[in-house]
Design a protein around this ligand. Structure first.
Ligand code: HEC
Ligand code: HEC
Ligand code: HEC
Length: 134
């Protein structure tokens, strides 16, 4: 019965592939270092779902790319100062670290993913209570 034989081979191959993939996933977890992301100091949750933020925070922020600033659809909810005040990292003197420090929240994944951002050439990298902070 050649048909049945073929089916069996296909099932075996399928099973082997799943096992290989599982091994691959396990390996990924074991071997690849993951970035140390500092925990937020405020808030039960982020301004959007954490998983969404991991992938899409740049789209909420990047005025140079998508022009949301000019179009005026940006809300206070996504202000940079808001990000910084919940995601502030303090040094041993209880001072907020600046973007100079590799402990800064916005560097935690970027170093690892080799992403470079120029935001803090203009914007303060520490949280500011005054609303008019750049
Ligand atoms: C050349 C200077 C410059 C650079 C570089 C720059 N910005 Fe801005 N940004 C501004 C100015 C000016 C404003 C408008 C002032 C305001 O709204 O406070 C602004 C406003 C914003 C706002 C809205 C206001 C706020 O504080 O939330 C966000 C968010 C923002 N920038 C994020 C970023 C991010 C993220 C980057 C890096 C990808 C970046 N900016 C790079 C100058 C800059
Ligand atoms: C009200 C406080 C608050 C504000 C404001 C806030 N966040 Fe968050 N954010 C959190 C919390 C809480 C989490 C969940 C993970 C944790 O506890 O650190 C989180 C998660 C994240 C993550 C995923 C981190 C991870 O562990 O994978 C990113 C990226 C992020 N936020 C970026 C931002 C950016 C960018 C802004 C500004 C647009 C912002 N957040 C504003 C509280 C906040
Ligand atoms: C959970 C990890 C993580 C954290 C924390 C994080 N980022 Fe990112 N960010 C990334 C990754 C990964 C990319 C590249 C994604 C891509 O290229 O699609 C990125 C890209 C960006 C970009 C676009 C850069 C470009 O050249 O396209 C901006 C702007 C940005 N992040 C801003 C920030 C700011 C501001 C903070 C701190 C408030 C921050 N990120 C914190 C992971 C993170």
């Amino acid at each position: 019965m050649p048909m049945r034989f073929l089916k069996q081979i296909r099932m075996t191959l399928g099973a082997m592939l799943s096992i290989a993939l599982m091994g691959f996933a396990l390996n990924l977890n074991a071997d690849v270092p993951t970035p140390q992301i500092p925990k937020a100091v405020k808030g039960e949750q982020c301004v959007e779902e954490t998983a969404f933020m991991r992938r899409n925070h740049m789209d909420l922020l990047d005025h140079q790319r998508d022009g949301t600033l000019r179009q005026g659809i940006r809300t206070k909810k996504h202000s940079l100062n808001g990000c910084l005040s919940c995601h502030v990292v303090k040094d041993s003197n209880n001072q907020a670290v600046t973007f100079q420090s590799e402990k800064h929240f916005c560097r935690s994944c970027h170093e690892y993913a080799a992403v470079k951002i120029d935001c803090f050439g203009c914007h303060k990298s520490t949280p500011d209570q005054s609303a008019s902070s750049l």
